[in-house]
Write a new protein. Sequence first.
Lengths: 113, 117
Amino acid sequence: AQSVTQLDSHVSVSEGTPVLLRCNYSSSYSPSLFWYVQHPNKGLQLLLKYTSAATLVKGINGFEAEFKKSETSFHLTKPSAHMSDAAEYFCVIRYNQGGKLIFGQGTELSVKP
Amino acid sequence: EPEVTQTPSHQVTQMGQEVILRCVPISNHLYFYWYRQILGQKVEFLVSFYNNEISEKSEIFDDQFSVERPDGSNFTLKIRSTKLEDSAMYFCASSHLTASSYNSPLHFGNGTRLTVT
């Protein structure tokens, strides 16, 4: 069975400091992984996706994620947080081609001035 | 950039009433999905739809739920007799998948907030 676990339900950082949102996955074969962001009262926006072409994936708004097979991790990072980054972030795994996405529990990111 | 659009943005209904949530997926997409998010909980898969039929559904998607693609553009979710616990944000999504697009992401709409009173 495939699943994702987001290790922190809430992360708080100061503006200008690095962001780390942790995600571990479980999959019996090479997974398809995504990070989505949800701003308050908004829909789900794709931040980035993992393809087997590169283990370091760059997304929008300065976010990136590194696929580490040995650690079964796909952590999301950003060098310097901005106030507008405050949102809920979801690590997501695709079950199979054309199949459903399975969402992690979400991590709420707060950014302090 | 093309978007998935959902209407209405907010729907209030009384328990036992039927509701239809509407979605217009991105025009060249082939797979369609409904997800829901109960307040404070994780996003849950409801159903996927491809080639005019349901390809997968979750245990949440019982006989009270149905989906339809009545024409070439709309994709609807119907709840026949709403319950209080159906109150949630419902997200429509679509995806353009081909045999070489395993990592093709889902594009989500902004959601319909359903409140059952």
